[in-house]
Design a protein around this ligand. Structure first.
Ligand code: ADP
Length: 639
């Protein structure tokens, strides 16, 4: 096939195959990408719905907590004192006064009660006498006696506490420090609810004194635990003092510093909220305008996330702030792909809606993984694309192979026509030349005349063989070739073939050595077809002998089969061509071969005949050393 034809075929294949494949691939990739986008959009919509659902439920929970707290406050309103949370999720319920958030410990009634009690005229007067003796007259013993008086006359716990504190102080500076320790221990045992005007439970004063001497650790730790267990807000100074004290008690109470730290963080968060309150209130006000009056909760806090909402004056209740811890209130509200509330925005998180400005739902890590894989429809499209491409490419390859084979065949046929014409012309020319010479009658010698006549007969036999070959081939191609099998003596067939080539062999100087096993049993064979096959082999042996002049023709039986061998010592056949020589029209593409006449059909016919007889044909050959062709067919009766 010429390279132009090749190029044309490749371009056609490119057009017919690769272009549709490319378009198919492009469309599939587009569909897959669209499918991905669709999936992403569906996921986002699903998340949005989930976020809305979570926001609604969260809002419901928060509002219920707020109502619970405010109702409880309204019930407690007549009682004085701190407002303690009703719901475990509540972080803070605080009063707002003149636009400022009042810290819960500042709203505590205990310091006020302490002041009231210690300023009672009778009590205050006795205390002043004691202080006169202690601080002005500098007589601690006298002062101690006077303070004991005060203690005895005390009617309220706060007065008792104050009297004990004063007594301890006086004893401390008198020469009876042992007695002072006993008094401090008594103070340490007082209830935690006695809180002085500085916001410190007075037990803590005794605790800080007792902490200076060893031996009181257990009592101190127990007292500190009690103070922490008391359901009330501790003022910042109380927390700081607790922190210092707990740091020295880690041996007896290793859990104390942690507990104190948590209380301190809470108190500091309240302080921060108090500072931020005006800003938060403005923010909330602005946000509420966008929610059509729906409540607004704002996130607040670095250590612990709180959700904060302000309340206007409600009947008896002053304006207030409710802060709820985000974690407990939102527990169980996760949706697929979303987990946990957060005040920090990242690309994966989703805003929770207008009621929660600045609050986000964080994407769960599981979901991030799910979005990177291929979805089922995408996998299906990919598989379909791969299948379509494979089928198209395979089909294209098969098509290309067939077209190539057809083109090769067309080329071989072209060669065949010219070889047949050439082969016909050679014997015809010889016949005509010799016949004309004979007609002119100019030949004087009788032997020459005989020779000319032999040549004419031999050449016409060659012509007949050629025409027979072509006709047989044509019959084979059309499936019309028939064989007439009958019991045949193979010896007779082989000898007939040898006779037929006797003249051309002799005229070209060949020596034919025939070895025929005589007592061979007959075979079921078509003697004419078989003779033609042997003749083809003998003709080839002559054609491809080069300078060698010895040819062997053998007939023998091997393992119940007859073997007919034609052996030459000629040019031989390279190994890679040995199977191809039986293909139709195949001729060895060497320069010498092109000069020899031939159609490429001889061996094709030999193989066909051998197969038709239930046998086979094989070749053994080495270039330069010659070839041996063997036809093997079964014998009747196996011998
Ligand atoms: P043709 O002889 O007409 O070319 P064949 O089918 O008989 O066609 O042979 C096919 C090819 O096999 C030949 O062209 C030749 O190259 C090779 N061939 C056949 N017989 C021999 C042989 N005895 N020695 C070497 N080459 C051979």
């Amino acid at each position: 096939m010429s390279s132009r034809q090749n190029r044309r075929m490749v371009s056609l294949l490119l057009l017919a195959l690769l272009v549709p494949c490319g378009v198919l691939g492009f469309l599939s990739v587009r569909i897959i990408r669209q499918e991905g986008e669709l999936r992403e959009r569906r996921r986002l919509e699903e998340e949005e719905r989930a976020a809305e659902r979570i926001a609604r439920r969260l809002l419901g929970r928060l509002e219920r907590v707020r109502e619970q707290e405010l109702r409880a406050w309204a019930d407690q309103a007549r009682n004085r004192g701190q407002r303690l949370a009703q719901n475990p999720a509540t972080a803070l319920v605080g009063r707002v006064k003149d636009g400022r958030l009042i810290a819960p410990w500042d709203d505590d009634a205990s310091p006020r009660e302490f002041l009231e009690a210690t300023r009672e005229p009778g009590f205050a007067k006795r205390v002043r006498q004691g202080e006169q003796a202690e601080l002005v007259e500098r007589q601690p013993a006298k002062a101690s006696a006077l303070y004991r008086e005060v203690l005895r006359a005390s009617r309220r716990p706060e007065q008792r506490g104050e009297a004990l504190l004063l007594l301890a102080r006086a004893l401390e500076s008198s020469s009876a420090p042992g007695r002072a320790v006993a008094v401090q221990e008594e103070i340490l045992a007082l209830p935690s609810s006695i809180i002085d005007d500085q916001g410190l439970p007075i037990r803590l004063y005794a605790a800080s004194q007792l902490a200076k001497d060893p031996g009181h650790e257990k009592a101190l730790a127990a007292a500190l635990h009690e103070i922490l267990a008391e359901p009330r807000w501790l003022s910042p100074p109380a927390c700081y003092l607790l922190r210092d004290l707990s740091a020295s008690l880690t041996e007896v109470a290793p859990d104390l510093p942690g507990a104190v730290h948590r209380r301190l963080l809470e108190v500091e968060q309240v302080l921060a909220l108090r500072d931020e309150y005006p800003k938060l209130a403005t923010l909330e006000e602005a946000a509420r305008r966008t929610t059509n009056g729906e409540p607004v909760w704002l996130p607040f806090g670095d250590d612990e996330l709180w959700l904060v909402r302000t309340n206007p004056r409600l009947g008896e209740l002053p304006p207030s702030v409710v802060a709820v811890r985000a974690e407990p209130i939102s527990s169980g509200l996760e949706a697929p792909g979303l987990a946990g509330l957060s005040a920090a925005r990242d690309p994966q998180s989703r805003p929770l809606g207008p009621s929660f400005p600045g609050l986000y739902l964080a994407a769960s890590p599981l979901d991030a993984r799910a979005t990177t894989g291929w979805s089922l429809p995408q996998q299906f499209y990919l598989a379909a694309l791969a299948l379509a491409l494979t089928v198209a490419l395979l089909g294209g390859y098969l098509l290309w192979r067939d077209v190539r084979r057809e083109l090769g065949m067309a080329e071989l046929r072209g060669h065949f026509v010219s070889s047949v014409s050439h082969e016909l012309r050679t014997p015809l020319t010889a016949i005509r030349m010799f016949a004309e010479t004979l007609r002119e009658g100019r030949l004087e010698r009788e032997e020459t005349r005989e020779e000319y006549l032999d040549t004419i007969v031999s050449e016409s036999e060659r012509l007949t063989r050629l025409v027979d070959n072509v006709l047989d081939f044509s019959r084979i191609e059309r499936g019309r070739k028939t064989y007439r099998f009958r019991p045949t003596s193979l010896g007779a067939v082989v000898r007939a073939a040898a006779r037929a080539v006797q003249y051309p062999l002799a005229s070209q100087g060949f020596r034919l050595k025939a070895e025929v096993e005589e007592d061979l049993s007959a075979a079921r064979a078509d003697p004419d077809a078989l003779e033609q096959a042997v003749l083809n082999l003998l003709t080839n042996a002559m054609k491809y002998s080069g300078d060698a002049r010895d040819i062997d023709l053998r007939l023998r039986s091997i393992d119940g089969r007859a073997e007919i061998q034609v052996v030459d010592r000629g040019i031989g056949i390279p190994a890679e061509e040995q199977t191809r020589v039986f293909e139709k029209f195949y001729r060895s593409p060497t320069r010498e071969n092109e000069l020899l006449p031939g159609t490429g059909l001889g061996l094709t016919l030999v193989e066909h005949v051998a197969r038709a007889h239930g046998g086979s044909v094989a070749v053994e050959s080495r270039p330069g050393e010659g070839s041996t062709f063997s036809i093997r067919i079964p014998l009747e009766g196996g011998r």
